[in-house]
Design a protein around this ligand. Sequence first.
Ligand SMILES: [Fe+2]
Length: 194
Amino acid sequence: MSIEPSPLPYDRSALEPHLSADTVEAHHGRQQALIEQVNAAVAGTELAELPLQEIVRRAQGALFNHASQAWNDAFYWEGLRPSAGGGGGEPEGRLAEAINRTFGDFARFKAQFAGVAERLFGSGWLWLLQRGDGALAVAATANAASPLTGEDTPLLACCLWEHAYYLDYRHARGKYLEAFWNIVDWRAVDARMK
Ligand SMILES: [Fe+2]
């Protein structure tokens, strides 16, 4: 058994104008290449039968780097939805209540998300996480690191590698983050809550 490629949940141009088809295609192609590298590395080893998230939890070195990036990016894609198909807007229900309880309100949550992104030097991901006690938190992981190796439940990911935004926004990572809010699938985020 090998890890199956993970198809995009929407057409490559569906996130425009917030993310161009070129960006989505290149980013997704990179993710699929990572999966091929994972499959080549685990073939014939005790990890060969494991799902991707288990490989992330057990691997080290280059295999961890490839597996974790592939999983993080799949989680990123699955948390997005085209604006025309219901992406963006604001969270509702229990998710909105949890965000208000933790951050004060939705605007302050977004400001904290942007602040943590600004403080991340280099590449990584930005996360909305749910702690074991149910509270929410914003955190960044550097390079290939993933919350999968910790105790928190990831709810939303934003890839902050240059490959996620450079074609569209050059060095303006803040503009990419502003556009990101127009394509978040809040129902998918809600469904990940415990
Ligand atoms: Fe990425």
